[in-house]
Design a protein around this ligand. Structure first.
Ligand SMILES: Cc1cc2nc3c(=O)[nH]c(=O)nc-3n(C[C@H](O)[C@H](O)[C@H](O)COP(=O)(O)OP(=O)(O)OC[C@H]3O[C@@H](n4cnc5c(N)ncnc54)[C@H](O)[C@@H]3O)c2cc1C
Ligand code: FES
Ligand code: FES
Length: 1355
């Protein structure tokens, strides 16, 4: 090791407190330390791979050189604890608390409705906090980009941005003078029809509602406050004083398996490497951390190079900028930006391309710690920097352990193979020199990813050309990522274009040469090979035009002008600040004086969530003797288990036991409709990720590590993975269903036109931010109590009772709150909760199982992938006469809820359209993927996408405006649906008309058409789509709600009800309802966690009806109590509430506890006989979206979305608006973004946020306007409100249809059939290939022709 004296103590601060850790374990991350050692559970574990931002903290250090304190955000899940010597960490608990003072950053997000389930909230708070510590009044742009490393699955981001807009320089609403705050609140705004409502614009909760709703959990008043940097804690003086010592100390930490070195000089580093040739250099740990955690790599010696001057300095040299290999990407970005400010354009063109690339490289938390050297040395074929470095001819300085330095130019010889470079094993990378550009040199970078923000590239490129004064090519470099196992250069193209003039001829030749230079086998890793090859020439075309435009601007030499219709190809899809408005109506009805009903109150837990004080299941402190469970999951999709050998695992440290099917005292079989799943696989596995056994150990890490060491031998059988496989092999559940009305065949034969089509709607992963977790506690009477992250405590109770052979009354299940669920936590938590119960029962001790994100994604199933095949008959005027649709659902390996999901699709196959003849059929495919399950919308979104696609096809065929076609066929009042329900209070057409008016549809249509006529490579599209979503469970018994209301002698009220709070604001709504009935303020009401021992036999919280069911039950209970109090109130009308309650208890001896029950009249439907009522009522809505598509890359952007939603008379308008925005964005994810990738053998490729992309902040419509339909109401549900959780999801089809509209314009330009189906998600690959042109035609059909197996399959 090095020569300096080494320290064995790690010294750092957390929230102002000094922490000294002797011999810290190098494998420990900051997140583990915070949560386990310090019990600071505000920082959440959402993914463990730097992809979700739930673990964001602020790290600060004092630089003695500049005497400044610097702050940056980082992902605690990737930050090695050992890297924090001399640093100060601030967590969400460190900035504010409900017990002391809530920080303005916490307060704003809570008060502006930016926290629903709240699991993401501490991460957002800390990202914003760090921004403010560095820029107390940030720009709008800083705000709009600061959350690129933070994901939220609930809110749709708009309220989060709006919450913080007041902190920006502009200081408020992007609508400026148009903002409601500057206008009469009841006036006409933005051309919107007058409303008597209170508009809430951009999260600026009106002052009057601030007064009503700003109270927090502990009764503290919170109002919108400004940020005052002088109130921030100072940097710990100890660290300032001792900094020079702490930062120059060599460190060696020796753990059980890993040693950690922190040398402080180059000589010391080389010495360590000499003595430990296989040591791993670590800087940001953003690669290594993921490799260790998810790829199970082991690196026994880690050496961090963050404190070696030669590796951390930035120098401006004669020829360019030299960056030490450990320079972080954030520092690199700042240095290049500084240079750009100072240099002439000729010189900084290369730097500008790097800056633009870094803009799309990961999120802030990663860029703040990840180093340039780490990116180069990882040698990933999709590295974003390497194509640029190759194209600009960067020079690397390497140093060997002998101290010898050499320079290596990054060219086509640098990468030697997959993740291999020309750097020798005894060398390290010292620095990289990025050259200045020269006169007549042009340099650009391109990155295409499925999601623009924080996503890995599909293809990226660096392109450089040097021209002479006659525009002849002197030198050309073209480097590409994503086109092979390494970053590659198109060397033949580069050579052969030399000497050619920069004109159309060169372009044609380049396309031809690139095609042969960059071959890609159709089965290549990454898939979408036709698209990727098309991108290479599309990028070159963009480069060609941009350079040509530059030449034209200089007029030297004279070059032909770039056609005006081509010019747009040179411009990026730009986004401005997100803006929008939210309208709701203040009801004229008279309410109780203390009632909070219909007010836009803040989510009851929002403040706790924002301060990190809200407790989720995994935040429950461990009990004495608690053990941890690590699951042994199948690696194969279908196989016989030949041998399962846990002996090696049992010998590992901390391991207590291995559990298998032989340990189950009751039944090893469980299921919802059918008992068709095993707790532990006994003889064979039927999907990848299936639980075979489990390891019980003293820590989670030991349990997980040992679980990996269990040897499983498989006899692999051919799996059935896709719908196509299942159809071919006739693998179906014997439950195929049919519904019909009229005579479809006859109507089709008589129709003037009949079209056929099919659409794949692919899987959608729930991606709740909180992975599943269960803790089991054996009880004194041989029973079991479980804290479980489930939407269905009653189901878990019955499943556990079955597994343990216990009566139900000995099993208690409880859930306080869930960090999102979306249907994924109804039945699937049983997969890990049952092993927990078995283990806790066997060992008679508390047992906890926390699923890692990859484990969760591997086993818990998704939304059902659908193949829809349809025939549609219509008149030439556009009247739809017959619709015949067959749905094939990929149900997976077990039935679970697939039957019910298909029922929903069948009954909803008509969607919002009155079609006289409908026949719908559903086939449930039995396959070897995890059992698919409930997901928000429950089969309706798939039916919706298929119907709206069919209508788009009809409109294209008739050359008719799609909105006219839809309008003509919309249901109206009094129409009878094909399942014989008469539509009453049908507000569908009102929503439709209002949204067209709100969005100024006719005017926008003209603008879109004009734009499309002027631009060839960018097309816009506009579409309006409706929704009619039925409310109720088909199973009659599920339509029931229950509540227990207790009033205590101090007048406070505690409600228990049968629903689970998972972010949707259910508890808040129930409190509002109770406040109306009892006439008490919200501050006196509390909702308890949901428990099977308090309310038995509860229905899963699902189907958007929980506020209807449990709200009405709470009303029932409150009414009972009110009746009991009535005599006292009549006798003492002057009594306060507290006095009334005291009198009831002490004097009249009245019971202050009442239970309530509710079942909606008549709901329950038998699909086979067609008898009964499927729905009590419908929630209606319409949306209009405008999009812009980059035809050359397939990227799109949602310019605007307007929604008008009929929620009846809203119980809680802000909560309902939150559901609408969040649901819409989740629907957008399903249809436009989220690609779940499974290989032909059943291997899941998308196991975390790195590979599975949910919508991020940059995906939301730039203008996002929501109106709650005026003067609505229903006689059917509690206080005339309507359920809202699911319906808005379906409105995302407005984006899909707007993209269809844009694609149609592109295809018309090419003289093609304007319609082509876009399987969903309509990824950039699918959109690009639909915008077929001369570039795509070079490659179209290659995959099909090859007959090769694709990298991943359509499920
Ligand atoms: C959420 C997330 C998003 C990401 N997004 C992107 C993205 O958009 N684009 C992209 O290209 N990458 C992305 N990455 C990958 C990664 O962040 C980058 O490759 C980053 O630059 C790695 O730097 P690091 O310091 O964290 O590397 P580390 O993990 O610390 O090290 C990476 C490798 O480099 C080696 N190494 C480091 N320094 C030296 C040296 N001086 N000499 C020799 N070997 C060295 C290490 O030994 C190790 O093998 C992402 C990663 C995450 C987790
Ligand atoms: S938990 Fe750290 S980024 Fe997701
Ligand atoms: S509130 Fe953001 S994930 Fe739930």
């Amino acid at each position: 090791m090095g020569s300096s004296a080494a320290s064995a103590d790690l010294v750092f601060f957390v929230n102002g407190k000094k922490n000294v850790v002797q011999n810290p374990e190098p494998e420990l991350t900051l997140l583990q330390y915070l949560r386990s050692d310090l019990q600071l559970t505000g920082t959440k574990l959402g993914c463990g791979e730097g992809g979700c931002g739930a673990c964001t903290v602020m790290v600060s250090f004092h630089s003695p050189d500049s005497d400044t304190t610097q702050h940056y955000s980082a992902n605690a899940c990737l930050l090695p604890l050992c890297s924090l010597h001399g640093m100060a960490v601030t967590t969400v608990e460190g900035i504010g608390s409900l017990r002391t003072r809530v920080h303005p950053v916490q307060e704003r997000i809570a008060a502006a409705h930016g926290s629903q389930c709240g699991f993401c909230t501490p991460g957002f708070v800390m990202s914003m906090y760090t921004l403010l510590r560095n820029s107390p009044t940030p720009s709008d742009e800083q705000l709009d980009t600061v959350f690129e490393g933070n994901l939220c699955r609930c809110t749709g981001y708009r309220p989060i941005l709006d919450a913080y807009r007041p902190f920006t320089k502009g200081g408020g609403c992007p609508l400026g003078a148009e903002c409601c705050q500057n206008k009469n609140k009841t006036g006409v705004q933005n051309g919107h029809p007058p409303s008597n409502g209170v508009p809430v614009e951009n999260g600026a909760v009106p002052n009057d509602t601030d007064e009503l709703n700003g109270s927090s959990e502990n009764g503290t008043k919170h109002t919108g406050v400004s940020y005052d940097p002088s109130q921030e804690p100072i940097f710990p003086p100890y660290l300032k004083l001792e900094g020079p010592t702490l930062h120059t100390q060599s460190l060696v930490f020796v753990g059980q398996r890993v040693r950690w070195y922190r040398p402080v000089s180059l000589a010391e580093l080389l010495d360590i490497k000499k003595h430990n040739p296989d040591c791993k250099i670590v800087v940001g740990n953003t690669e290594i951390g993921v490799e260790v955690k998810f790829k199970k790599q082991q690196y026994p010696v880690l050496v961090t190079t963050t404190h070696i001057q030669e590796l951390t300095s930035v120098q401006r040299l004669q020829s360019g900028i030299q960056l030490g290999a450990s320079v972080t990407l954030a520092t690199m970005d700042a240095a290049l930006k500084d240079a750009i400010k100072e240099l002439p354009e000729d010189k900084f063109r290369v730097f500008a391309a790097f800056v633009e690339m870094l803009r799309w490289f990961a999120g802030h938390q990663v860029r703040n710690v990840a180093a340039v050297g780490g990116n180069i040395m990882t040698a990933s074929p999709i590295s974003d920097l390497n194509p640029l470095l190759l194209a600009c001819g960067a020079t690397l300085t390497l140093v060997s352990t002998e101290g010898k330095q050499r320079e290596v130019k990054m060219d086509h010889t640098f990468f030697k193979g997959y993740r291999q470079t020309a750097v020798l094993p005894n060398e390290i990378l010292l620095s990289v020199l990025i050259p200045f550009s020269q006169k007549n040199e042009y340099f650009l970078g391109y990155k295409q990813a499925n999601r623009k923000e924080d996503d890995i590239s599909v293809v990226n490129a660096g392109m450089r050309v040097v021209l002479d004064d006659t525009a002849k090519v002197l030198d050309l470099s073209l480097a590409f990522g994503g086109m092979g196992p390494t970053t590659v250069m198109a060397t033949t193209t580069m050579k052969q274009l030399q000497g050619l003039t920069w004109n159309e001829e060169l372009l044609n030749k380049a396309c031809e040469l690139l095609t042969s230079d960059l071959p890609l086998d159709p089965g290549s890793p990454g898939g979408t090979t036709e698209y990727r090859r098309s991108l290479t020439v599309s990028f070159f075309f963009k480069f060609y035009l941009t350079v040509k435009q530059k030449l034209q601007q200089q007029a030297k030499p004279p070059v032909a002008a770039v056609r005006s219709s081509d010019r747009v190809a040179t411009q990026p899809l730009e986004r401005g600040p997100v803006k929008g408005f939210q309208w709701f109506e203040v009801s004229p009805e008279s309410l109780s004086p203390n009632s909070a009903l219909r007010l836009p109150v803040v989510h009851e837990s929002a403040f706790k969530q924002a301060t990190g004080e809200a407790q989720y299941t995994n935040d429950i402190a461990p009990r004495q003797g608690e053990l941890y469970l690590g699951l042994v999951q199948s690696k194969k999709a279908r196989a016989k288990l030949v041998r399962v050998d846990p002996s090696a695992a049992l010998a590992m440290p901390g391991v207590v036991d291995y559990l298998s099917h032989t340990d189950v005292p009751g039944s090893n079989i469980w299921g919802l409709l059918e008992k068709d799943e095993e707790i532990f696989a006994s003889k064979e596995v039927v999907h990848q990720g299936q639980v075979i056994g489990a390891i019980l150990a003293d820590t989670l890490a030991n349990a997980q590590r040992a679980a990996q060491a269990v040897v499983v031998e498989y006899d692999v059988m051919e799996p059935i993975i896709t719908i196509a496989d299942a159809i071919q092999k006739k693998s179906f559940y014997p439950l195929n269903l049919l519904v019909s009305n009229g005579n479809v065949e006859e109507a089709l034969s008589r129709a003037e036109c009949v079209l056929e089509g099919e659409l794949h709607v692919e899987a959608q992963e729930h991606f709740y931010l909180e992975p599943m977790v269960t803790i089991g506690y054996p009880t004194e009477d041989g029973g079991m109590e479980l804290a479980c992250s489930t939407q269905s405590i009653a189901f878990i109770q019955s499943a556990v009772a079955g597994a343990l052979g216990l009566p139900f009354n000995k099993v208690k299940v409880r859930a306080r709150r869930l960090g999102g669920a979306f249907g994924g936590k109804e039945t699937r938590p049983a997969m890990h909760a049952l092993p927990v119960a078995v283990a806790a029962n066997k060992h008679n001790c508390p047992v906890r199982c926390t699923l890692e994100r990859d484990e969760d994604m591997l086993m818990t199933g998704t939304r059902h992938p659908y193949l829809g095949k349809y025939r549609i008959g219509f008149s030439s005027a556009g009247k739809i006469l017959a619709y015949d649709v067959k749905y094939y659902l990929n149900a997976g390996c077990a039935l679970d809820m697939s039957y019910q999901v298909s029922e929903k699709s069948l009954i909803d196959s008509d969607q919002s359209y009155n079609i006289p003849n409908v026949r719908a059929e559903a086939h449930l495919c039995k396959t070897n993927i995890p059992s698919n399950t409930a997901f928000r919308g429950f089969g309706a979104p798939q039916a919706n996408a298929i119907m709206e696609t069919a209508l788009t096809q009809v409109a294209c065929h008739l050359n008719m405006a799609p909105d006219k076609l839809r309008e003509m066929n919309l249901y109206k009042e009094g129409d009878v649906t094909f399942f014989k329900t008469v539509l009453t209070q049908c507000n569908l057409r009102r929503c439709w008309d209002d949204v067209k008016a709100q969005s100024k549809f006719e005017q926008r249509r003209k603008e879109v058409d004009l734009f499309n006529s002027e631009n060839r490579w960018r097309k816009r599209g506009i579409a309006v789509t409706p929704t009619k979503f039925g409310m109720g469970f088909f199973d009659k018994f599920l339509n029931q709600g229950a509540a227990l209301v207790n009033i205590y002698t101090d007048g406070t009220v505690l409600i228990s009800h049968g629903g689970i709070e998972m972010g949707q604001g259910l508890h808040t709504k129930i409190m509002q309802v109770a406040s109306q009935v009892l006439d008490v303020p919200l501050s006196k009401i509390q909702v308890d966690e949901t428990m099977t021992n308090v309310l038995p036999n509860t229905t899963a919280t699902a189907a958007s009806v929980s506020s209807d069911l449990h709200g009405a039950a709470a009303v029932d209970a409150c009414n009972t109590l009110k009746q009991r109090l009535k005599p006292i109130q009549a006798e003492h009308p002057d009594y306060t509430w507290e006095q009334t309650i005291a009198a009831a208890y002490f004097e009249k001896v009245v019971s202050l506890s009442a239970s309530g029950f509710y079942k909606p009249p008549g709901v329950g439907y038998n699909l086979k006989t067609g008898e009964g009522l499927p729905y009590l009522y419908f929630t209606f809505g319409s949306a209009c979206s405008v999009v812009e598509v980059d035809c050359l890359t397939g990227d799109h952007q949602v310019i605007s979305t307007d929604i008008v939603m009929d929620v009846g008379k809203s119980l809680s308008p802000a909560i309902d608006i939150g559901q609408i925005e969040g649901g819409f964005i989740q629907g957008y994810g399903l249809l436009m973004l989220e690609q779940y990738k499974v290989q032909g053998d059943g291997n899941l490729l998308t196991r975390g946020p790195g590979s599975y992309k949910i919508p991020a902040v940059g995906n939301i419509p730039q203008s996002f306007n929501v109106t709650l339909l005026r003067e609505s109401g229903t006689t059917k549900a509690v206080y005339s409100s309507k359920g809202i959780g699911e319906p808005p999801m379906l409105l995302a089809s407005s984006v899909l249809c707007a993209v269809y509209d844009a694609v149609r314009a592109a295809r018309i330009d090419e003289g093609l059939n304007p319609f082509v189906p876009l399987n969903t998600p309509a990824t950039p690959a699918r959109i690009r290939m639909a915008c077929s042109d001369r570039f795509t035609r070079l490659y179209e059909g290659a995959e099909k022709k090859s007959g090769k197996t694709h990298w991943f399959v359509d499920l």
